[in-house]
Design a protein around this ligand. Structure first.
Ligand SMILES: CSC[C@@H](O)[C@@H](O)C(=O)COP(=O)(O)O
Length: 350
């Protein structure tokens, strides 16, 4: 396996993690270099990098960087410092389960090797594991894309919400990966992108990515989704997920639930594309998924323009939960699950 990786979202050069700064796209293309695990944690919390699989991969590199920071210490202090680093990374964002999934993978490497190896070697193993998470993510997205592409017909128009593309993953994307794969299969697919207030991931990131790939894309504001469906412009909705509970309830970007209800009303299939690392069998239903509440200024301001006075009361949940009965199918790298999620999702892990 290559010891470096470079995609649109991130670059790992063996020592540092360089992230495209998603806060300022598409008008400014700038990069943030993380030289220590605290900078990695800050980048996740501040949404330099965002999207469930990208957050997971970033946290993996965060643990690898932490190990090189602490490898000259004695083993006992190293373990204490690594635990603290893991806790810091885990505290950044609560909803996307990929973050905790990746941290668990990294700490397993420490637990399995701390007795039998020296700390330089442990850093090497952690770097290898982080790279494996990143390279696997690309492979998984491509497989998921192939599985989901079969659900789309030549000429379909897909509505998507938020950004579940290359920028939300290491590369290729989940929901946008399905669209990309269908196009690679020779189908003509066009996209309606919800702008996705308040953070505008749809307007700023999805449109940027798709237009770069030459995919026909139309931007709409969130409140237009119902009307474009009523006009018969949409054949399918595809979104990503931050956490899928064991019963198939789906936590995703705020606004996804409304889109799912609109899709149901208009008889449009509502698909969720997500890797197994987003499925959390330990969380029985959507009720138990922690929903992040973000800074209220994200709503008081629209990107950089202030809309209302800072004193105005605001509620800013960053995610919502779509109940499983609104989900037509969950597309994963292991196959497509339609219905009976409670019995079918665990089978994917067998
Ligand atoms: C492939 S990413 C799927 C989800 O992570 C995505 O739809 C989403 O909700 C991202 O939220 P964000 O707050 O931008 O991290």
């Amino acid at each position: 396996m290559n010891e470096h990786i470079k995609t649109k979202t991130m670059e790992w050069n063996g020592d540092e993690l360089i992230l495209i700064d998603q806060r300022y796209l598409p008008l400014e293309e700038t990069y943030v270099t993380c030289k220590n695990h605290i900078e990695v944690a800050d980048s996740i919390r501040d949404m330099v990098v965002r999207g469930a699989p990208a957050i997971g991969a970033t946290a993996g590199f965060g643990m690898a960087i932490a190990s090189s920071e602490f490898e000259s210490l004695d083993k006992k202090t190293y373990v204490e410092k690594m635990k603290k680093a893991e806790e810091l990374l885990a505290s950044t964002r609560p909803t996307a389960v990929n973050l905790f999934w990746a941290l668990k993978r990294m700490s397993k490497i420490i637990d399995e090797n701390i007795e039998k190896t020296n700390l330089n070697e442990l850093t090497r193993l952690l770097k290898k594991e982080a790279l494996e998470i990143a390279y696997d993510d690309i492979k998984i997205n491509r497989k998921m894309g192939q599985n989901g592409a079969k659900l789309l017909k030549n000429g379909d128009t897909v509505l998507t919400h938020c950004n579940a593309g290359a920028l939300a993953t290491v590369d290729y994307g989940t929901a946008l990966g399905v669209i990309r794969a269908a196009i690679e299969d020779g189908k003509k697919i066009s996209v309606y992108a919800d702008e996705t207030r308040p953070y505008l991931q749809g307007a700023r990131l999805t449109v940027w990515e798709l237009v770069q790939d030459g995919i026909e894309t139309t931007l709409i504001s969130d409140n237009m989704a119902g009307w474009v469906m009523k006009q018969g412009k949409i054949n399918a909705v595809i979104v990503g997920a931050d956490r899928i509970a064991a019963n198939g309830d789906v936590a995703n970007k705020i606004g996804t639930y409304s889109v799912a209800i609109l899709a149901k009303k208009h008889g449009i299939p509502f698909y969720v594309a997500a890797p197994l690392s987003t499925i959390d069998l330990e969380t029985p239903t959507g009720e138990e998924i922690p929903i992040e509440e973000r800074n209220r200024n994200e709503v008081r301001y629209c990107h950089k323009s202030q809309l209302v006075d800072d004193s105005i009361n605001v509620y800013n949940p960053a995610f919502d939960v779509t109940p499983n009965d609104l989900v037509t199918a969950i597309i994963t790298e292991k196959g497509v699950v339609k219905d009976n999620y409670k019995t079918e999702l665990p089978k994917l892990f067998e």
